[in-house]
Design a protein around this ligand. Structure first.
Ligand code: KE4
Length: 432
């Protein structure tokens, strides 16, 4: 029986009258995949259920946080237990110390950490800190990388801006953006030129070590080590934005995966297990500058919230179980392999790029086209992606509603779920 979206449509109509675009985050509006959003009622494991009773295998995982799947029992009981003790105090709690210790134990480059409420807060705070630490103003980022909606970052950013085709955002004064330099990812020649030219003015380079906001794009082998060396030599703070890669690529994120240690790290998503937690941390000599131990101001009413830290602690406890990442990687590799086979069998132009348990299928590219920067990613056939998204949606698979995002495999996805997804994909390709 075909799916009905009666209630989703009605709720969206009501939402549009009350909330800009009917959503609380632009990419959820599904504009780039030419359909209205579904409204979710509940989720469990690898599945989400919309308000009309339709079931979907979920590959968005709330844009990354749900690495354990939805309603993991360990997380659920931790939050329920915390709830009995109160929801927010604005006074220090033991869980903040415990989560801080876990983050420091897991993430090689973090020796002191501050909890905040989102990835955006983490990145905004990290660049403010880097500017204070170096006394310099400029920030260098990479085209297609997205670091949240802080003013300094809304320059040639990925994610929602790329999805909606917005090169930068109105309302951001040029006095701010003139201090942000954005160059192509993986371009060492231009990086060297830019650093040599701007060495005296650049406070920090901020990078997604594996960008996922232009779709998953892998760093060339020499890119991160060279970036690390040059920023080290020039006294420029290197910030890894690991909001997505943190705890995703390995317990210690991309910096453990590649063995490259940044000066500061930004975290989000997985760290809160689905509740709002972000964090920034790094070398103690830099973090000591953060108020109240130092003069760099940053604050937050709900930072370190007891429910959110309980969810984060429980999540990291499961991630640290033996074999967790190997198991996730095997399932993701199986999914990638089967997708490649299908694309070849049906002559569908789709380049799949994967690392660990996150991947993107770039439509309109040959399977061996390496996409290593934003310009290449933007050449994707977004109309084809849109059609694929809708085919999969009506067949019960929920993918990212944008070509410029990633799909995530969670602990909860079984091989049966992946085989079912492959069958549905084959049906979509067969009828292409
Ligand atoms: P939040 O403020 O959304 O928690 O984090 C911002 C952020 C920072 N850095 C990276 C690498 C990120 O990917 C993000 C947010 N990611 C997007 C999706 N790729 C969030 C989805 C949305 O905007 O609704």
């Amino acid at each position: 029986m075909g799916k009905t979206y009666t209630l989703s449509n009605r709720y969206f109509e009501m939402a549009e009258a009350l909330i800009p675009g009917g959503v609380n985050s632009p990419v959820r509006a599904c504009k780039s995949v030419d359909c209205d959003p579904i409204f979710i009622e509940k989720a469990k494991g690898a599945y989400i259920y919309d308000v009309d009773g339709n079931q979907y295998i979920d590959f968005v995982s709330s844009w990354g946080p749900m690495i354990l799947g939805h309603c993991h029992p360990h997380v659920e009981s931790a939050v329920k237990e915390a709830l009995q003790l109160g929801t927010s105090f604005g006074i220090p709690t033991w869980n903040e110390v415990k989560l801080a210790q876990m983050i420091i134990d897991m993430v090689p480059g973090i020796h002191q950490v501050r909890l905040v409420n989102s990835g955006t807060e983490a990145t905004m705070s990290a660049i403010r800190l880097a500017r204070a630490y170096t006394g310099k103003k400029k920030i260098l980022k990479f085209d297609g990388c997205y670091h949240g909606h802080g003013d300094s970052f809304l320059v040639k950013a990925g994610s929602g801006l790329a999805t909606l085709g917005i090169p930068a955002s109105p309302g951001v004064p040029e006095e701010v953006t003139q201090n942000t330099i954005s160059i192509p990812f993986n371009d060492l020649k231009l990086l060297k030129q830019t650093l040599d030219q701007e060495e005296d003015y650049i406070a920090a380079v901020i990078v997604e070590p594996v960008p996922a906001n232009m779709g998953v794009v892998l760093p060339n082998e020499d890119f991160l080590p060279t970036l690390r060396q040059w920023t080290q030599d020039m006294g420029i703070v290197l910030i890894f934005d690991e909001v997505i890669t943190g705890f995703r690529l390995s317990p210690g994120g991309a910096q453990e995966y590649f063995g490259i240690i940044p000066d500061l790290t930004c975290l989000g998503k997985i760290i809160g297990g689905g509740l709002p937690v972000g964090a920034y941390g790094g070398k103690k000599e830099i973090m000591d500058m953060v108020a109240p131990s130092g003069p760099v101001y940053q604050a937050g009413t709900l930072s370190g919230n007891p429910l959110a830290t309980a969810a984060g602690i429980a999540t990291l406890e499961v991630l640290n179980r033996p074999g967790f990442y190997a198991h996730l990687e095997e399932k993701a590799a199986f999914y990638e392999e089967e997708l490649n086979k299908l694309a070849a069998k049906y002559g569908i132009n789709c380049r799949i790029q994967r690392i660990a348990s996150m991947l993107t299928g770039f439509f309109g590219h040959k399977s061996d086209d390496i996409i290593n920067d934003f310009t290449a990613a933007l050449k994707s056939d977004t109309a084809m992606y849109s059609r694929f998204f809708r085919c999969m949606l009506i067949s019960g698979v929920y993918l990212a509603p944008s070509q410029f995002e990633a799909s995530f495999i969670s602990l909860a996805h079984t091989y049966e779920d992946i085989e079912k997804t492959i069958k549905i994909t084959e049906e979509a390709f067969r009828r292409w």
